[in-house]
Design a protein around this ligand. Structure first.
Ligand code: GAL
Length: 469
C-alpha cells in the first residue's frame, strides 16, 4: 500500500469534528469580497453589523459575521496573534462583543500554514494557542485557509494538508466550545475527507465573477453531492452580488442565478457585499422561498438532472484551477426538498437566449428520494415560480425562455402522486430538448458511510491520474 494511503487510512481512525453545528448550510456575511485588505477594521465591522440588522438579515438566517484575512498583525511574546492595532484599537474581543450585542455570531479567519494568503501570520505550529485565543474572544466560526502550509498539491489528496487541518480541528474540539469550522482548501479532492475535518469545505478557487462561478463551482459541484449533507457541506464560495464597489461583480441576472443555484446545491449562503448592496441584490438575498430551499432540513445537495452541455466526468474537473470556457448550453438542476423538488433551469450561452422544456418527472433521474423507484412514478406536479412568486398550476412540463449569459428560472414542484401507483413499466417521457442528456441515476450510500468508502471513490482515484483528460 502506498505510504500516503496508509497515512490516510490511519487518519480515518481519528475522531471527526463533533460540534453538532451546521445541520443546515451556514448563512452570513464575509468581509473578503467587500474589503480584501483595505478597510478590515472594527469601525467597518460595526457598520456591517448595524447594516445587517437594519436590513433584517439575521431574522432570515444570516447569522454569522466573518472577518476574513488581514486582521492579524504579528504574534506577541506569549505566542498569541495580535490584531492590527490601528484597525482594531480595542482588540478583537471588543469587536466580537459588539457583533454579539447585535444578535449575530462572530467569525474569524486563520490559515493552516506559516502565513495567510495575504502574508499575515499563519497558525502552523500555533494551532492550540490560536484555537484558545479565538475561543477567548468568543468566536463562533473559524474559516481556515490553506496558503503557505506543507502540501503536495501536485499529488493530491495531500496527507500533509489533511493532517494539518486535523491538528486545528482537534485543538478547537479540545476547547469545548462548539465553533463552526469552515475549511478553505480550494480543491474538490477535499470533499471525501471534508466531513471528518470541518463543517464545510471549499471545492475550488475564489468565485469573483460569472466565469469563475462556472469554473470553480457550477461545473464541479454537480459531482460532489454525495459528500454534502447535514453537518458537512461542499462550499462553492461566497455570493458575489451585482452591487459591490470592488471588481468582484456579476450582472444582476447572474447574481440571482448564483443565489438560486447555490440554494439548489445546499451551499453556504455567505454574502460578499453589504455596505454597498443595491436593491436588486437585497431583493435576491431576501427571497424567503429560495432561502427555504437552501435551508431545507433534508439537507440533500441537488444535482444536474438534464443538460445539453458537453459531457463532463469527474475525470476532467480534477484540476479546479483549470480555466474552462463557459459552454453555450443549458442545464437543469434539481434538489429533493421536504415537500417536493426545487428546480433551476439555466442558460449558460453567453450569446443567445434559449428555450428549455423540462418534463417534471425527470427530476427523479438522480434524486435520492426516488432511488429504486420507477421514473414514471409521477407525471404531473404542482409548479410554483419562486422568483415571480406565482403558482403555475398542475403541469407535466415546464417550458421557459431563458435570456442569454447566465439567466435562469427557479421553480418548486410538488409531485402529484397517482392514487394507485403505476406498476407497468411505461416508456419514459423524454425532456423535449432533443440533444440533451441525463446523468445516470446513481446509487447512493447511506449518509453515514460516505467517509468510510472515500478512498475507493473515483473522486479520489482520478486525482491520482492527472493526465486522463
Ligand atoms: C483565499 C481564499 C479567499 C480569502 C483569501 C484571503 O485563499 O480563497 O476566500 O480568504 O484567501 O487572503
Amino acid at each position: 500500500m502506498a505510504l500516503w494511503k496508509l497515512l490516510l487510512a490511519c487518519l480515518h481512525q481519528v475522531d471527526a469534528l463533533d460540534n453538532g453545528l451546521g445541520l443546515l448550510p451556514q448563512m452570513g456575511y464575509n468581509t473578503w469580497n467587500d474589503f480584501e485588505c483595505e478597510g478590515v477594521s472594527a469601525k467597518n465591522i460595526s457598520k456591517v453589523a448595524d447594516k445587517m440588522v437594519e436590513l433584517g438579515l439575521p431574522a432570515l438566517g444570516y447569522e454569522y459575521l466573518i472577518i476574513d484575512d488581514c486582521w492579524a498583525d504579528h504574534r506577541g511574546k506569549d505566542g498569541k496573534l495580535v490584531p492590527d492595532r490601528n484597525a482594531f484599537p480595542h482588540g478583537m474581543k471588543h469587536v466580537a462583543d459588539y457583533v454579539h450585542s447585535k444578535g449575530l455570531k462572530f467569525g474569524i479567519y486563520m490559515d493552516r500554514g506559516r502565513w495567510t494568503c495575504a502574508g499575515r501570520p499563519g497558525s502552523q505550529g500555533y494551532e492550540e494557542v490560536d484555537a484558545k485565543t479565538f475561543v477567548s474572544w468568543g468566536a463562533d466560526y473559524v474559516k481556515t485557509d490553506s496558503c503557505n502550509g506543507p502540501d503536495s498539491l501536485e499529488d493530491p489528496p495531500s496527507a500533509a494538508a489533511i493532517a494539518q487541518y486535523q491538528l486545528f480541528r482537534d485543538a478547537l474540539n479540545a476547547t469545548g466550545r462548539p465553533v463552526f469550522l469552515a475549511l478553505s482548501g480550494w480543491h474538490n479532492w477535499y470533499s471525501p475527507y471534508g466531513e471528518s475535518l470541518a463543517n464545510s469545505w471549499r471545492i475550488g478557487y475564489d468565485v469573483r465573477n460569472w466565469q469563475s462561478a462556472w469554473n470553480f463551482a457550477i461545473r464541479v459541484n454537480g459531482f460532489l453531492s454525495d459528500f454534502g449533507g447535514p453537518g458537512r457541506w461542499n462550499d462553492p464560495d461566497m455570493l458575489v452580488g451585482s452591487s459591490s464597489k470592488t471588481a468582484v461583480q456579476m450582472t444582476p441576472q447572474q447574481s440571482r442565478t448564483q443565489f438560486s443555484l447555490w440554494s439548489v446545491m445546499a451551499a453556504p449562503l455567505l454574502l460578499g457585499s453589504m455596505l454597498s448592496m443595491g436593491h436588486h441584490d437585497l431583493e435576491t438575498y431576501t427571497n424567503t422561498e429560495v432561502i427555504a430551499v437552501d435551508q431545507d432540513p433534508l439537507g440533500i445537495q441537488g444535482e444536474i438532472v438534464w443538460e445539453n452541455c458537453p459531457l463532463r466526468k469527474r475525470t476532467n474537473i480534477k484540476q479546479s484551477q483549470f480555466y474552462d470556457e463557459i459552454p453555450a448550453c443549458q442545464q437543469v438542476w434539481a434538489r429533493p426538498i421536504t415537500d417536493g423538488f426545487a428546480i433551476v433551469l439555466l442558460n449558460l450561452d453567453a450569446e443567445k437566449p434559449a428555450n428549455v422544456s423540462f418534463a417534471v418527472s425527470d427530476v427523479c433521474w438522480s434524486s435520492q428520494a426516488f432511488v429504486g423507484k420507477p421514473c414514471n412514478f409521477f407525471e404531473e406536479a404542482s409548479v410554483r415560480d419562486l422568483w415571480r412568486k406565482e403558482h403555475l398550476g398542475i403541469r407535466k412540463f415546464i417550458n421557459v425562455t431563458l435570456a442569454r449569459d447566465g439567466a435562469s428560472q427557479m421553480f418548486k414542484i410538488k409531485p402529484i402522486i397517482p392514487q394507485a401507483p403505476h406498476t407497468s413499466a411505461k416508456k419514459k417521457t423524454p425532456a423535449s430538448t432533443a440533444t440533451g442528456h441525463r446523468p445516470k441515476s446513481r446509487h447512493r450510500e447511506p449518509v453515514s458511510s460516505h467517509f468510510s468508502v472515500a478512498l475507493e471513490t473515483d473522486a479520489v482515484h482520478f486525482l491520482q491520474q492527472p493526465d486522463e483528460l
